[in-house]
Ligand binder design. Structure first.
Ligand SMILES: O=C(O)CCC(=O)C(=O)O
Length: 289
């Protein structure tokens, strides 16, 4: 459980790091399963429903950039999104009824793991209210060297920045047009097993991993059950099947939150890495540079 001071920090700054949420055994099991999934990437030559690949991927030298929506493909990871150690913490922040929005595992491998440009998750999936956040469990020790997720505190109460380039959604803020306070960004670091929490409106991003150590981050996105996605609900049963705590509702709570729709869609539809290829200007160096 969170202390009142931690809850207060989340409300005020929009982020938190909570150590050792899963415990040693469960963390070890998560890593074993991730290794097994990554080993299977030797069979693929292009992005699939499961794998998002680094540009330099080759089947004989597999380079996985992200495992996409692990909760959809692997029951173990679906179960993990509902783990009471996680949901008890979430309930303190967004209430007793909670729905999973999505999940992903960003690999940020040693030496070449791709950067993620500054963005707000809210620009990808605005909801009727902003009781929406993401958790990230570090599978490796994370320090300044291996590409920690960096956040700009307090931006969760500010504007929603433009994430478009050349008239299309690109999922990245143009660092030459908007200074959202990047110089004050804080790295979220900790030993393996630490869980980051960031508000969906918080500006965040991370650099290329040029170190010799991997930095894997398992991200779960959660919303209060009465926060409904403004992009709509494609399948009502599937939507409700993602309730991880409490009960669903058909009465969305609507609050005056700033919104820009992620439309028209990115020309490179796919993962955030593909979307951000359309960005006019980049902040973080890429492996090719
Ligand atoms: O992996 C990271 O450091 C950033 C993750 C993120 O913001 C994302 O994938 O949307």
């Amino acid at each position: 459980m969170l202390t009142p001071a931690q809850v207060e920090q989340y409300r005020e700054l929009g982020y938190l790091v909570v150590p050792d949420v899963l415990g040693r055994e469960l963390l070890a099991e998560v890593k074993r399963r991730v290794d097994a999934i990554v080993a299977e990437a030797a069979k693929v030559t292009t992005h699939t429903d499961v794998y998002d690949l680094e540009d330099s991927h080759l089947p004989q030298a597999p380079r996985v950039r992200r495992i996409k929506t692990p909760h959809k493909h692997f029951p173990f990871f679906n179960e993990l999104t509902r783990n009471p150690r996680i949901t008890a913490i979430l309930a303190q922040l967004i209430g007793p009824n909670i729905r999973l929005h999505g999940s992903k595992l960003n690999m940020k491998s040693a030496g070449y793991g791709a950067p993620v440009e500054w963005h707000q998750d809210w620009a990808f999936y605005p909801h009727t209210n902003d009781d929406v956040l993401a958790t990230g469990i570090y599978l490796d020790d994370c320090d300044n060297a291996n590409g920690p997720m960096c956040v700009v505190g307090r931006t969760h109460t500010g504007p929603i920045h433009d994430h478009h380039a050349n008239g299309y959604f690109c999922g990245a803020m143009d660092p030459t047009l908007t200074d959202a306070g990047y110089a004050e960004a804080v790295p979220l670091m900790g030993p393996a097993g630490s869980m980051t929490i960031h508000h969906a409106r918080l500006v965040h991003g991370s650099a290329l991993n040029t170190s010799g150590k991997p930095r894997r981050l398992l991200l779960h996105e959660y919303a209060a059950a009465d926060a409904w996605p403004l992009m709509g609900v494609a399948n009502f049963d599937e939507f409700n099947s993602r309730i991880v705590l409490g009960r669903p509702t058909i009465e969305p709570r609507v609050t005056p939150v700033p919104v820009r729709m992620p439309l028209p869609p990115a020309p490179f539809q796919g993962s955030i890495y593909e979307n951000q290829k359309a960005a006019a200007k980049r902040f973080f160096a890429t492996a090719a540079e």
